[in-house]
Design a protein around this ligand. Structure first.
Ligand code: HEM
Length: 192
């Protein structure tokens, strides 16, 4: 598989995604993600861009009070690994920006596959050289779509209201569902 150098945020060198542009287009259509959603995400990016740390505070707070989630940032002794939480936090912040700002092209697709792999035994723990759980259970990946979507609303409300707020929130919801759908691939490549 060819390696694709991803520029912008330091993604390092990641392999091109096995997912084709056609498969992505069909997935986008299946989640009703259209050009108006891309435009709404760009506007959402302007609203959320200055609030990334506060959003992460909310998400990390949520993970912190849910032992079944915190376990995946913890070591064999059951203690959370602060450096791991910290380093992933930076990448998570970048993901918020990327979700709103980047074109969903081949480079984006390549990094989607990388994020997917980093939740599975193929690549979890490697980037940060930690000893933690082998993978994030797929069921939690799906479940987190809800909190990750619901919690951004209050932040979108700081810069939008009415129909615009709804459009941004729906676009965010679709973008998260789309990405998690892509991330299921590494868990079940033969069934994808
Ligand atoms: C909608 C659901 C989820 C989203 C949007 C999401 C998003 C992300 C992102 C963007 C990264 C950083 C990828 C990178 O650039 O390296 C990441 C990594 C990570 N996520 Fe998730 N995640 C989700 C669900 C979960 C769940 C349920 C857990 C369980 C605690 C989890 C635990 C982790 C861990 C441990 C890492 C670091 C993986 C590594 O070792 O590189 N994630 N996630």
């Amino acid at each position: 598989m060819s390696e694709t150098a991803i520029s912008g945020y330091d993604y390092g060198t990641v392999a091109a995604s096995p997912v084709t542009k056609e498969e992505l287009d069909l997935l986008r259509a299946s989640v009703l993600f259209g050009h108006e959603d891309e435009a709404a995400l760009r506007r959402a990016g302007e609203v959320l861009g200055g609030q990334v740390e506060q959003i992460l505070d909310v998400w990390y707070g949520f993970v912190g009070v849910n032992p079944q989630l915190l376990a995946h940032f913890s070591g064999p002794d059951g203690e959370p690994i602060a450096a791991y939480l910290d380093r992933v936090r930076g990448r998570f912040g970048q993901w918020i920006r990327d979700t709103c700002e980047r074109p969903y092209d081949e480079r984006w697709l390549a990094y989607q596959e990388e994020i997917s792999l980093r939740h599975t035994p193929a690549k979890k723990n490697r980037t940060d050289k930690v000893t933690s759980s082998s993978h994030v259970p797929l069921r939690y990946l799906v479940a987190l779509i809800y909190p990750i979507t619901a919690t951004v609303r209050e932040f979108l409300m700081k810069g939008a209201s009415g129909e615009d707020l709804e459009a941004m929130h729906e676009a965010w919801r679709k973008a998260v569902v789309l990405q998690v759908a892509l991330w299921t691939r590494a868990y079940a490549p033969d069934l994808w």
